[in-house]
Design a protein around this ligand. Sequence first.
Ligand code: DGY
Length: 326
Amino acid sequence: MSNSTSRPVVVITRRLPEAVERHATELFDARLNSSDTALTAEQLAEAMRSGDALLPTVSDAITSAILSVSPRRVKIVANFGVGYDNIDIATARSLGIVVTNTPDVLTDDTADLAMTLLLMAARRAGEGERHIRAGDWTGWGPTHMLGTSVSGKTLGILGLGRIGRAVARRAVEGFGMRVIYFDPPVPIGEARAYGASPRQSVEDVLRESDFVSLHMPASPENHHLINADRLALMPRHAILINTARGGVVDEPALAAALKSHVIAAAGLDVFEREPKVDPALITLENVVLLPHLGSATIETRVAMGERALSNLAAFFANAPPHDRVA
Ligand code: DGY
């Protein structure tokens, strides 16, 4: 903080829901981004020099160089998002910068969006929309635009954390699906409570599933986990859903697999180089593409903002922030 009487300066990198911005200005000397234009690397570095805290979003790359600016005033980076692969955590740790995220509050909405993609891809909903809007629909027909059933099928979940479990619950209770998963750290008894049965490997899940939904964090080990070799293990009728992070899928390999019908379809909410989407995917009818909408409801975005503010408030009250990840 600049001195003992002034309020902490919190630099907020993007527009947040109005209620959250109002609350931020009540709690802190909040520097808002009224234009909502993403800050450049230079502006983020300047924020590290001028603020006591930074509140970035998952689309701001908080690199080692940005964290290491000198002189630096920021002591806490309160990410607006559950994922924090946008922040160089190793550098933050080595510099003693606290990092927090916003778990729990977006679990249900993100799980809902995974199911949205699954249903859209299975029932060719995106394709059907385009069909009508293009004026191509000539009427109902017994063989017109046939999709595939969801109820009773097998859903494979890779990563049975909070969101993976919420998807499992929806699939089992809402659609009578059989759920299998791979996530070694999850105790088997616990997973069974979500109606999910363990498998020994990613490959086992891919071979056995009609649908596969990805819920692992972005990490060097998970980079391009779903590649051409693994896609080739999936049944030809299988559908891949990704609401985790774009980097866990090799996008050119997926586009090639969709084009040559190695798998039937995919539903993607996240991309490796957002907002860029591989042009090969854009030309394909058998993939549903959404612009990273997993947590995009007013209720959840307010809750995420409040969670970030409460982490900051705890930190500046010398209490441990609830969601500390570094
Ligand atoms: C997150 O919080 O990590 C999400 O991807 C944002 O929707």
